[in-house]
Design a protein around this ligand. Structure first.
Ligand code: FE2
Length: 432
């Protein structure tokens, strides 16, 4: 097999091992239960991952007959909102496992012989990369379902690294153009393309995501009681949802519940499970604002020495354990300063991994956007309803995370592993 085929096979297998770990950690009754109306039953995610693999790799790329055409409709995310999925006649856990195995065997067979050229869908193995990323994204979703599940803990992992030196403060990002998005990243999705130059005025950005200690100061200062910080839309949600602090923080104010375990809140860890409105209210309270998406990406990718944009803050090499907290290696964000080797040239830390970071930008296509391979991947979500999140979390796999990767969600969502960092306009005396 060629290197590309070997890479694809290894990524498919590595990804499936995680899917299995997340679905085998609980018994069948837990797999079919809905742990939150925001989430699918885990068994839906499992068969849906197989169904997408069947649609794209077995039928489209491989040109083979359907394995189970009769279930396409059940696993079409656009046909059934999550809250309705438990009532569907879904495959049971044993059937779902047999189905995904059958599809995978066919996909591996196709991988052996298919030509990775000709159609754009096949160039550089894109269709396979898309399916790897799709399954990894559902693995993160399933991890979020695990966080919402009640009952005895079933997942465990080593704690994240402890920083040798705490990191705090802000960094000035100089004014000027940089290249946003990509034309060259082989498995980049349609919404990351095309590369385009944007001119960004000077701004200042936090060196790390906002920590639990800082967020607790905001709560203690009455941040949740001050409508001026929230805006009309945010305040309406804050009141109707009864928000008083991040999701999963307990009433005692000193512990949170994580994957079924009650633990003391770690002060210098990035805050997680906050929604866009909470992030924006904090930023206003701190006299700052959330970064725009382009500001986030410039901080993450711009190399002032060469003027070019890197794949990752640390350079073009793929993420390793020393760079970033990715891939469910740890089941929490790492304290601020834990990844000095992952910092950007301008000294911004932990942009990749730990927590998804809310930006103050609606999800839109870049200039010259072309839907690929289908409109439902991104284009149908463009508009003012969704805010962009960047950088990935401890639950995100490296295959589904890079400096150009864009995530989007409703501003009220916080079952995801979402945090934020602040930014502000540069003052004249700072720019010099
Ligand atoms: Fe999906």
């Amino acid at each position: 097999m060629t290197d590309l085929r070997l890479t694809v096979a290894a990524e498919l297998e590595r990804t499936r091992a995680r899917t299995e770990a997340l679905t085998e950690a609980v018994d069948d009754s837990d797999l079919i239960r809905q742990h939150s109306p925001l989430m699918s039953p885990l068994v839906w995610d499992l068969a849906h991952v197989g169904n997408q693999e069947e649609l794209w790799l077995v039928r489209d790329v491989g040109g083979r007959d359907p394995v189970r055409r009769d279930i396409d409709e059940l696993y079409d995310a656009f046909k059934h909102p999550r809250r309705d999925r438990p009532a569907l006649p879904l495959l049971n856990p044993a059937e779902a496992r047999a189905y995904v195995r059958q599809v995978r065997n066919k996909a591996m067979d196709i991988l052996d012989t298919v030509r990775m050229e000709g159609r754009p869908l096949l160039a550089d193995g894109f269709a396979f990369g898309m399916i790897v990323q799709h399954e990894q994204q559902h693995d993160e979703t399933m991890l979020a379902t695990h966080q919402l599940r009640t009952g005895a803990p079933v997942l465990s992992a080593a704690p994240p690294p402890v920083p040798a030196h705490p990191v705090d403060g802000e960094v000035l990002i100089p004014a000027g153009p940089f290249t946003m998005g990509t034309d060259v990243e082989p498995w980049a999705l349609d919404n990351e393309r095309p590369a385009h130059v944007v001119d960004v005025p000077a701004y200042v950005i936090d060196r790390t995501p906002v920590t639990n200690a800082r967020y607790a100061e905001f709560i203690q200062a009455g941040g949740y009681e001050d409508p001026r910080l929230w805006g009309e839309d945010g305040w309406a949600h804050r009141v109707s949802a009864g928000l008083t602090g991040p999701a999963h923080w307990n009433r005692d104010g000193v512990t949170y519940t994580r994957f079924g375990r009650v633990e003391r809140i770690v002060p210098d860890e990035p805050v997680v499970h906050v929604d866009f409105y909470e992030a924006r209210a904090y930023a206003r309270w701190a006299g700052k604002r959330l970064p725009t998406e382009r500001e986030w990406e410039k901080a993450a990718r711009f190399d002032p020495a060469t003027g070019r944009s890197r794949r990752f803050p640390w350079g073009d090499d793929p993420p390793e354990a020393r760079h970033a907290n990715l891939g469910q290696r740890h089941l929490s964000p790492a304290p601020a300063g834990a990844y000095p080797e992952g910092a950007s040239p301008l000294g911004v830390h932990q942009l990749i991994g730990d927590v998804w970071e809310w930006t103050d930008t609606d999800f839109h296509g870049y200039p010259g956007f072309r839907p690929f391979p289908y409109r439902e991947y991104s284009e149908v979500f463009f508009g003012p309803d969704y805010k962009v999140l960047r950088g990935g979390s401890f639950g995100t796999d490296a295959a589904a995370c890079r400096g150009t990767f864009r995530n989007w969600d409703y501003p009220i969502r916080r079952q995801i592993f979402s945090g934020f960092r602040c930014a502000r306009d540069a003052r004249p005396e700072e720019v010099g």
